[in-house]
Design a protein around this ligand. Sequence first.
Ligand code: NAD
Length: 317
Amino acid sequence: MADNKRKIVLVGTGMVGMSFAYAALNRSLCDELVLIDINEKRAIGEAMDLNHGLAFSDSSMRIYCGTYGDCNDADIVVICAGVNQKPGESRLELLQRNTKVFASIVPKVVQSGFDGIFLVATNPVDIMTRVTFELSGFNAAKVIGTGTTLDTARLRYLLGEYFEVDPRNIHAYVIGEHGDSEFVPWSQAILAVKPLRDVLADNSQTYSMEELEKISVDVRTAAQEIIESKGATYYGIGMAIVRIARAILNNESSVLTVSTRLRGEYGCKKDVFIGNPCIINSGGANRILELKLTDEEIEKLSNSCNILNDNFKTLSL
Ligand code: NAD
């Protein structure tokens, strides 16, 4: 960490970026928050707006519109820049356009002398994280995507409702691509310390696997549903970014389903960045928690990996 001063640079001050910034201010996440956007006027206005809220917050955060040179001593560079998903458009269709955007951002961050952690939210997030890794030349542990963090939060919320249990006592993950091929490995889901499959077996009149599968579909389609109703999703992901950044800045070693590079886990293709439970601390995503998946779940994860790899291979970086 730089001089005990916790500094974050946010690139992309649109809806997602500013939802993150607003949540960061309310949580006193860092000491310095720098805003960068291709639309500089917007970044200046956003910095002014947030600064006017400082008096009402518990934070003494320094917030200003900056340049890529400001990344030099930052702990984290959060990237939310890009073009947004249109109704009906798949995340992978965004890929080509957002790769061009990243080619105009990542090299400038690296040239500043930045030595912290990249945290990427732009969609399709798994591939954009891999693009960041390739463009930066950084160690893979220091390039993290938001992955299925938000999907996992959505899942735990819905399971909490279904079982009428505090979501914090539900341990279940969404893994794979943040997108259409993501899935829930139910074999690994537990309520407190009781496997969900045992909860179902002991309460077969009340709960069923069919209902759980419906919940996983609801999780997968939630983003499209929100986009159809209000045009974009931003609050949830803004808070997810704060959660990951907090785990990094506080050296928490928390388990979060970020997008990180596979190093041969699950027998899947190496080098693919994909949502996976990972231990996050000030070193970034150093350790993947490899789950004991069933053969069927490994097949689903391989399918997700192949989709991400095939799409990445279409890019010329
Ligand atoms: P937005 O259009 O509101 O904001 C994007 C911002 O990026 C704009 O301010 C734009 O000026 C800026 N920008 C574009 N090109 C730039 C460049 N070259 N350099 C610097 N800034 C640039 O979009 P949004 O709603 O904030 O969404 C941002 C991204 O986040 C999208 O890709 C969206 O799909 C993604 N997203 C991800 C998740 C997730 O779970 N990971 C959830 C929601 C949205």
